[in-house]
Write a protein that binds this ligand. Sequence first.
Ligand code: GLA
Length: 390
Amino acid sequence: MERTPSITSFLARRPLATRYKAPGRINIIGEHTDYNDGFVLPGASHLHLTFAVEPTLSKELQVHACRYAETVTVELEDPTIRMDHWSRYVAAVVHTTRAHDLPLTGLEIIFEGNLPAGAGMSSSSALTCGLIFILNHQCGWQLPVDRLIKLAQESEHRTGVRGGLMDQFAIFSARRQQALLLDCRSLEAQFVSISQEGATWCLVDSGVHHNLLDSPYNQRREACERMVALAARKDPAIRALRDLNLQTLHALAPEATPEDLAMARHVVTENDRVLQMVQALQEEDWAVAGALLLQSHQSLRDDYRVSCIELDFLVDSLMALPGVFGARLMGAGFGGSVLFLTEPERFTDIQTTIQSTYQQQFNRTCDVYCIELDDGVQIIDHQQNVVINE
Ligand code: GLA
Protein backbone atom coordinates (compact mmCIF):
# COMPACT_ATOMS: atom_id res chain seq x y z
CA MET A 1 0.00 0.00 0.00
CA GLU A 2 1.18 3.52 -0.80
CA ARG A 3 2.50 5.39 2.22
CA THR A 4 0.23 8.31 3.29
CA PRO A 5 1.56 11.36 1.43
CA SER A 6 2.15 14.76 3.02
CA ILE A 7 0.18 17.73 1.68
CA THR A 8 3.39 19.02 0.10
CA SER A 9 4.06 15.80 -1.81
CA PHE A 10 0.35 15.56 -2.73
CA LEU A 11 0.41 19.08 -4.17
CA ALA A 12 3.68 18.43 -5.98
CA ARG A 13 1.96 15.62 -7.88
CA ARG A 14 -1.35 17.47 -8.27
CA PRO A 15 -0.56 21.16 -8.69
CA LEU A 16 -4.16 21.98 -9.57
CA ALA A 17 -5.62 20.56 -6.39
CA THR A 18 -7.75 23.03 -4.43
CA ARG A 19 -6.82 23.84 -0.85
CA TYR A 20 -9.21 24.58 1.98
CA LYS A 21 -8.86 25.53 5.61
CA ALA A 22 -11.22 24.67 8.50
CA PRO A 23 -10.51 26.22 11.93
CA GLY A 24 -11.08 24.81 15.38
CA ARG A 25 -13.73 26.36 17.60
CA ILE A 26 -13.01 28.29 20.73
CA ASN A 27 -15.77 29.44 23.07
CA ILE A 28 -15.44 32.49 25.27
CA ILE A 29 -18.49 31.56 27.33
CA GLY A 30 -21.83 29.74 27.01
CA GLU A 31 -21.18 26.05 27.60
CA HIS A 32 -23.92 23.42 27.20
CA THR A 33 -26.39 26.18 26.42
CA ASP A 34 -26.59 25.63 22.64
CA TYR A 35 -28.83 22.55 22.76
CA ASN A 36 -31.00 24.36 25.30
CA ASP A 37 -31.91 27.15 22.84
CA GLY A 38 -29.60 29.49 24.76
CA PHE A 39 -26.74 31.89 24.06
CA VAL A 40 -23.12 31.12 23.15
CA LEU A 41 -20.11 33.30 22.36
CA PRO A 42 -17.71 31.25 20.21
CA GLY A 43 -15.16 32.11 17.54
CA ALA A 44 -12.73 30.28 15.25
CA SER A 45 -9.17 29.57 16.36
CA HIS A 46 -6.03 30.15 14.32
CA LEU A 47 -5.32 26.44 14.88
CA HIS A 48 -6.91 24.66 11.95
CA LEU A 49 -6.99 21.76 9.50
CA THR A 50 -5.75 22.25 5.93
CA PHE A 51 -7.18 20.12 3.13
CA ALA A 52 -6.06 19.58 -0.47
CA VAL A 53 -8.60 18.08 -2.85
CA GLU A 54 -8.67 16.77 -6.38
CA PRO A 55 -11.58 15.21 -8.29
CA THR A 56 -11.21 11.60 -9.43
CA LEU A 57 -13.22 9.40 -11.78
CA SER A 58 -13.93 6.86 -9.05
CA LYS A 59 -17.12 6.45 -7.03
CA GLU A 60 -15.42 6.97 -3.72
CA LEU A 61 -13.86 9.48 -1.37
CA GLN A 62 -10.25 8.56 -0.77
CA VAL A 63 -9.10 10.43 2.33
CA HIS A 64 -5.52 10.63 3.65
CA ALA A 65 -5.10 11.77 7.26
CA CYS A 66 -1.48 12.89 7.66
CA ARG A 67 -1.87 13.06 11.46
CA TYR A 68 -2.65 9.34 11.68
CA ALA A 69 -0.58 8.36 8.63
CA GLU A 70 -3.68 6.58 7.37
CA THR A 71 -5.74 6.44 4.20
CA VAL A 72 -9.38 5.37 4.07
CA THR A 73 -11.64 4.84 1.12
CA VAL A 74 -15.35 5.49 1.57
CA GLU A 75 -17.72 4.23 -1.14
CA LEU A 76 -20.19 6.89 -2.22
CA GLU A 77 -22.88 4.26 -2.90
CA ASP A 78 -22.35 2.26 0.25
CA PRO A 79 -20.52 4.12 3.04
CA THR A 80 -19.78 2.02 6.12
CA ILE A 81 -19.32 3.84 9.42
CA ARG A 82 -16.50 2.52 11.63
CA MET A 83 -17.49 4.05 14.95
CA ASP A 84 -14.10 3.76 16.65
CA HIS A 85 -12.14 5.48 13.88
CA TRP A 86 -11.69 9.08 12.64
CA SER A 87 -13.12 7.99 9.26
CA ARG A 88 -16.59 7.85 10.88
CA TYR A 89 -16.89 11.59 10.13
CA VAL A 90 -16.20 10.99 6.43
CA ALA A 91 -18.70 8.13 6.23
CA ALA A 92 -21.28 10.12 8.23
CA VAL A 93 -20.98 13.05 5.80
CA VAL A 94 -21.56 10.72 2.85
CA HIS A 95 -24.62 9.22 4.59
CA THR A 96 -26.05 12.68 5.24
CA THR A 97 -25.55 13.85 1.67
CA ARG A 98 -27.22 10.68 0.39
CA ALA A 99 -30.13 11.20 2.78
CA HIS A 100 -30.62 14.66 1.25
CA ASP A 101 -30.20 13.45 -2.35
CA LEU A 102 -27.22 15.71 -2.92
CA PRO A 103 -24.96 14.74 -5.83
CA LEU A 104 -21.53 13.32 -4.99
CA THR A 105 -18.48 12.83 -7.17
CA GLY A 106 -15.25 10.95 -6.55
CA LEU A 107 -12.56 12.94 -4.72
CA GLU A 108 -9.11 12.41 -3.32
CA ILE A 109 -8.68 14.45 -0.14
CA ILE A 110 -5.70 14.92 2.12
CA PHE A 111 -5.74 16.81 5.40
CA GLU A 112 -3.30 17.82 8.09
CA GLY A 113 -3.14 20.59 10.67
CA ASN A 114 -2.03 22.02 13.97
CA LEU A 115 -5.46 21.73 15.58
CA PRO A 116 -5.14 19.32 18.51
CA ALA A 117 -7.66 16.45 18.68
CA GLY A 118 -9.64 15.98 21.90
CA ALA A 119 -8.61 19.38 23.28
CA GLY A 120 -12.14 20.79 23.46
CA MET A 121 -11.61 22.77 20.23
CA SER A 122 -13.92 20.61 18.17
CA SER A 123 -11.45 19.06 15.79
CA SER A 124 -14.23 16.63 14.80
CA SER A 125 -16.43 19.55 13.72
CA ALA A 126 -13.49 21.11 11.85
CA LEU A 127 -13.17 17.86 9.89
CA THR A 128 -16.91 17.48 9.30
CA CYS A 129 -17.50 21.15 8.38
CA GLY A 130 -14.40 21.10 6.19
CA LEU A 131 -15.75 18.07 4.30
CA ILE A 132 -19.23 19.55 3.87
CA PHE A 133 -17.72 22.82 2.62
CA ILE A 134 -15.50 20.89 0.18
CA LEU A 135 -18.41 18.83 -1.16
CA ASN A 136 -20.53 21.95 -1.59
CA HIS A 137 -17.74 23.46 -3.66
CA GLN A 138 -16.58 20.39 -5.57
CA CYS A 139 -19.96 18.77 -6.26
CA GLY A 140 -21.75 21.97 -7.34
CA TRP A 141 -24.37 22.05 -4.57
CA GLN A 142 -24.24 25.83 -4.15
CA LEU A 143 -26.11 25.62 -0.86
CA PRO A 144 -26.37 28.59 1.51
CA VAL A 145 -24.29 28.50 4.66
CA ASP A 146 -27.22 27.87 7.02
CA ARG A 147 -27.95 24.61 5.20
CA LEU A 148 -24.31 23.58 5.29
CA ILE A 149 -24.23 24.19 9.05
CA LYS A 150 -27.25 21.91 9.53
CA LEU A 151 -25.80 19.22 7.26
CA ALA A 152 -22.60 19.23 9.29
CA GLN A 153 -24.53 18.94 12.55
CA GLU A 154 -26.65 16.10 11.16
CA SER A 155 -23.50 14.28 10.09
CA GLU A 156 -22.01 14.55 13.56
CA HIS A 157 -25.22 13.26 15.11
CA ARG A 158 -24.79 10.13 12.97
CA THR A 159 -21.58 9.45 14.88
CA GLY A 160 -23.60 9.16 18.10
CA VAL A 161 -23.10 12.50 19.89
CA ARG A 162 -26.17 14.75 19.98
CA GLY A 163 -24.22 18.01 19.96
CA GLY A 164 -25.75 21.48 19.56
CA LEU A 165 -25.08 23.88 16.73
CA MET A 166 -22.40 26.10 18.25
CA ASP A 167 -19.32 24.43 16.79
CA GLN A 168 -20.59 24.20 13.23
CA PHE A 169 -21.97 27.74 13.33
CA ALA A 170 -18.66 29.15 14.54
CA ILE A 171 -16.55 27.13 12.11
CA PHE A 172 -18.64 28.30 9.14
CA SER A 173 -19.37 31.89 10.12
CA ALA A 174 -16.57 33.20 12.35
CA ARG A 175 -14.60 36.33 11.55
CA ARG A 176 -11.08 37.39 12.39
CA GLN A 177 -10.71 39.16 15.77
CA GLN A 178 -14.39 38.75 16.53
CA ALA A 179 -16.52 36.49 18.66
CA LEU A 180 -20.01 35.58 17.62
CA LEU A 181 -22.94 36.06 19.97
CA LEU A 182 -25.34 33.40 18.75
CA ASP A 183 -28.92 33.05 19.87
CA CYS A 184 -29.36 29.30 19.41
CA ARG A 185 -33.13 29.62 19.20
CA SER A 186 -33.48 32.25 16.48
CA LEU A 187 -30.00 31.56 15.04
CA GLU A 188 -29.43 35.31 14.91
CA ALA A 189 -25.76 36.14 15.24
CA GLN A 190 -24.04 39.36 16.23
CA PHE A 191 -20.29 39.93 16.02
CA VAL A 192 -18.46 41.22 19.07
CA SER A 193 -14.98 42.71 18.60
CA ILE A 194 -12.31 41.15 20.75
CA SER A 195 -9.83 43.82 21.72
CA GLN A 196 -6.16 42.89 21.49
CA GLU A 197 -5.23 45.55 24.03
CA GLY A 198 -5.02 45.01 27.76
CA ALA A 199 -5.92 41.33 27.87
CA THR A 200 -5.06 38.16 25.97
CA TRP A 201 -7.13 35.00 25.56
CA CYS A 202 -5.10 31.82 26.09
CA LEU A 203 -5.59 28.07 26.36
CA VAL A 204 -4.03 25.23 28.33
CA ASP A 205 -4.56 21.83 26.74
CA SER A 206 -4.69 19.43 29.71
CA GLY A 207 -3.77 16.48 27.50
CA VAL A 208 -6.74 14.60 29.00
CA HIS A 209 -8.32 13.86 25.70
CA HIS A 210 -11.94 12.95 25.62
CA ASN A 211 -14.08 11.10 23.17
CA LEU A 212 -17.56 12.54 23.57
CA LEU A 213 -19.11 9.26 22.54
CA ASP A 214 -17.76 7.65 25.71
CA SER A 215 -18.53 10.68 27.84
CA PRO A 216 -21.84 11.44 29.53
CA TYR A 217 -22.58 14.26 27.05
CA ASN A 218 -25.84 12.72 25.84
CA GLN A 219 -26.85 12.01 29.45
CA ARG A 220 -26.50 15.71 30.26
CA ARG A 221 -28.75 16.49 27.35
CA GLU A 222 -31.34 13.99 28.57
CA ALA A 223 -31.34 15.62 32.03
CA CYS A 224 -32.10 18.96 30.38
CA GLU A 225 -34.94 17.38 28.43
CA ARG A 226 -36.40 15.88 31.63
CA MET A 227 -36.40 19.32 33.24
CA VAL A 228 -38.10 20.88 30.21
CA ALA A 229 -40.80 18.17 30.26
CA LEU A 230 -41.39 18.90 33.95
CA ALA A 231 -41.58 22.65 33.39
CA ALA A 232 -43.86 22.26 30.36
CA ARG A 233 -46.39 20.41 32.51
CA LYS A 234 -46.81 23.65 34.49
CA ASP A 235 -46.51 25.99 31.51
CA PRO A 236 -46.89 24.53 28.02
CA ALA A 237 -45.22 27.62 26.54
CA ILE A 238 -41.88 26.36 27.90
CA ARG A 239 -39.98 24.68 25.05
CA ALA A 240 -36.42 24.68 26.34
CA LEU A 241 -34.36 25.58 29.41
CA ARG A 242 -33.91 28.95 27.72
CA ASP A 243 -37.46 29.75 28.84
CA LEU A 244 -36.71 29.29 32.55
CA ASN A 245 -35.31 31.72 35.11
CA LEU A 246 -34.13 31.02 38.66
CA GLN A 247 -37.60 31.63 40.03
CA THR A 248 -39.46 29.29 37.67
CA LEU A 249 -36.71 26.75 38.18
CA HIS A 250 -37.08 26.95 41.94
CA ALA A 251 -40.77 26.10 41.60
CA LEU A 252 -39.76 22.75 40.06
CA ALA A 253 -37.60 21.77 43.04
CA PRO A 254 -40.13 19.46 44.76
CA GLU A 255 -40.54 17.32 41.62
CA ALA A 256 -37.00 17.20 40.23
CA THR A 257 -33.95 15.30 41.44
CA PRO A 258 -31.28 17.57 42.97
CA GLU A 259 -28.90 16.56 40.14
CA ASP A 260 -31.33 17.50 37.35
CA LEU A 261 -32.20 20.72 39.13
CA ALA A 262 -28.53 21.69 39.40
CA MET A 263 -27.93 20.97 35.72
CA ALA A 264 -30.83 23.20 34.73
CA ARG A 265 -29.47 25.88 37.08
CA HIS A 266 -26.18 25.81 35.22
CA VAL A 267 -27.93 26.45 31.91
CA VAL A 268 -30.09 29.28 33.30
CA THR A 269 -27.15 31.07 34.97
CA GLU A 270 -24.78 30.45 32.04
CA ASN A 271 -27.18 32.12 29.60
CA ASP A 272 -27.07 35.21 31.79
CA ARG A 273 -23.30 35.12 31.95
CA VAL A 274 -23.03 35.12 28.15
CA LEU A 275 -24.97 38.37 27.92
CA GLN A 276 -22.98 39.90 30.78
CA MET A 277 -19.75 38.86 29.06
CA VAL A 278 -20.72 40.69 25.86
CA GLN A 279 -21.12 43.86 27.88
CA ALA A 280 -17.83 43.33 29.72
CA LEU A 281 -16.01 42.84 26.40
CA GLN A 282 -17.58 45.95 24.92
CA GLU A 283 -16.49 47.93 27.97
CA GLU A 284 -13.09 46.18 28.05
CA ASP A 285 -13.75 45.43 31.71
CA TRP A 286 -11.34 42.53 32.14
CA ALA A 287 -12.00 42.11 35.86
CA VAL A 288 -15.70 41.47 35.18
CA ALA A 289 -14.89 39.23 32.19
CA GLY A 290 -12.51 37.20 34.37
CA ALA A 291 -15.04 36.87 37.19
CA LEU A 292 -17.62 35.56 34.69
CA LEU A 293 -15.15 32.96 33.44
CA LEU A 294 -14.54 31.69 36.95
CA GLN A 295 -18.26 31.59 37.75
CA SER A 296 -18.81 29.62 34.57
CA HIS A 297 -16.18 27.10 35.60
CA GLN A 298 -17.65 26.71 39.08
CA SER A 299 -21.09 26.16 37.59
CA LEU A 300 -19.77 23.60 35.07
CA ARG A 301 -17.89 21.84 37.89
CA ASP A 302 -20.52 21.84 40.63
CA ASP A 303 -23.89 22.09 38.87
CA TYR A 304 -23.31 20.53 35.45
CA ARG A 305 -20.56 18.19 36.70
CA VAL A 306 -18.49 18.04 33.53
CA SER A 307 -15.09 18.95 34.99
CA CYS A 308 -12.29 16.64 36.09
CA ILE A 309 -9.39 16.93 38.55
CA GLU A 310 -6.90 18.06 35.92
CA LEU A 311 -9.12 20.91 34.69
CA ASP A 312 -9.95 22.01 38.26
CA PHE A 313 -6.27 21.95 39.13
CA LEU A 314 -5.40 24.10 36.11
CA VAL A 315 -8.13 26.64 36.88
CA ASP A 316 -7.10 26.88 40.56
CA SER A 317 -3.40 27.17 39.66
CA LEU A 318 -4.07 29.84 37.05
CA MET A 319 -6.25 31.86 39.41
CA ALA A 320 -3.40 31.94 41.94
CA LEU A 321 -1.03 33.59 39.42
CA PRO A 322 -0.62 37.36 39.11
CA GLY A 323 -2.16 38.86 35.99
CA VAL A 324 -4.80 36.15 35.43
CA PHE A 325 -8.30 37.67 35.26
CA GLY A 326 -10.22 34.40 35.06
CA ALA A 327 -10.22 30.81 33.80
CA ARG A 328 -12.67 28.06 32.99
CA LEU A 329 -12.92 24.73 31.23
CA MET A 330 -13.82 25.18 27.57
CA GLY A 331 -16.01 22.96 25.39
CA ALA A 332 -17.94 19.89 26.49
CA GLY A 333 -15.66 19.14 29.47
CA PHE A 334 -14.54 15.72 30.79
CA GLY A 335 -11.00 16.76 29.75
CA GLY A 336 -9.83 19.08 26.98
CA SER A 337 -8.71 22.65 27.55
CA VAL A 338 -8.89 25.50 30.02
CA LEU A 339 -9.46 28.97 28.60
CA PHE A 340 -7.98 31.90 30.51
CA LEU A 341 -7.75 35.66 30.20
CA THR A 342 -4.54 37.37 31.26
CA GLU A 343 -2.53 40.57 31.12
CA PRO A 344 -0.51 40.13 27.90
CA GLU A 345 2.91 40.76 29.43
CA ARG A 346 2.40 37.95 31.97
CA PHE A 347 1.87 35.22 29.39
CA THR A 348 5.42 33.85 29.24
CA ASP A 349 5.75 33.57 33.02
CA ILE A 350 2.34 31.92 33.26
CA GLN A 351 3.23 29.43 30.55
CA THR A 352 6.42 28.36 32.33
CA THR A 353 4.83 28.15 35.78
CA ILE A 354 1.73 26.24 34.68
CA GLN A 355 3.72 23.72 32.68
CA SER A 356 6.00 22.91 35.60
CA THR A 357 3.22 22.84 38.24
CA TYR A 358 1.14 20.54 36.04
CA GLN A 359 4.11 18.28 35.41
CA GLN A 360 4.80 18.01 39.16
CA GLN A 361 1.19 17.29 39.99
CA PHE A 362 0.23 14.80 37.26
CA ASN A 363 3.54 13.82 35.73
CA ARG A 364 2.38 14.90 32.31
CA THR A 365 2.96 17.87 30.03
CA CYS A 366 0.45 20.48 28.91
CA ASP A 367 0.53 22.90 25.99
CA VAL A 368 -0.17 26.57 26.73
CA TYR A 369 -0.80 29.07 23.94
CA CYS A 370 -2.39 32.40 23.05
CA ILE A 371 -5.40 32.32 20.78
CA GLU A 372 -5.96 34.42 17.72
CA LEU A 373 -9.55 34.58 16.58
CA ASP A 374 -9.67 33.75 12.89
CA ASP A 375 -12.06 33.52 9.94
CA GLY A 376 -14.30 30.50 9.35
CA VAL A 377 -13.87 27.70 6.80
CA GLN A 378 -12.59 28.91 3.44
CA ILE A 379 -10.81 28.15 0.18
CA ILE A 380 -7.11 28.96 0.00
CA ASP A 381 -5.92 30.23 -3.34
CA HIS A 382 -3.68 27.90 -5.38
CA GLN A 383 -0.68 30.13 -5.63
CA GLN A 384 -0.08 32.22 -2.57
CA ASN A 385 -2.39 31.45 0.34
CA VAL A 386 -4.72 34.28 -0.69
CA VAL A 387 -8.12 33.62 0.71
CA ILE A 388 -11.13 33.76 -1.54
CA ASN A 389 -14.41 34.33 0.30
CA GLU A 390 -17.06 32.05 -1.11
C1 GLA B 1 -19.53 20.26 22.30
C2 GLA B 1 -20.75 20.29 21.40
C3 GLA B 1 -21.36 21.69 21.36
C4 GLA B 1 -21.61 22.24 22.75
C5 GLA B 1 -20.37 22.08 23.62
C6 GLA B 1 -20.61 22.45 25.05
O1 GLA B 1 -18.51 21.03 21.76
O2 GLA B 1 -20.42 19.89 20.09
O3 GLA B 1 -22.55 21.68 20.61
O4 GLA B 1 -22.72 21.63 23.33
O5 GLA B 1 -19.87 20.74 23.59
O6 GLA B 1 -20.91 23.81 25.15
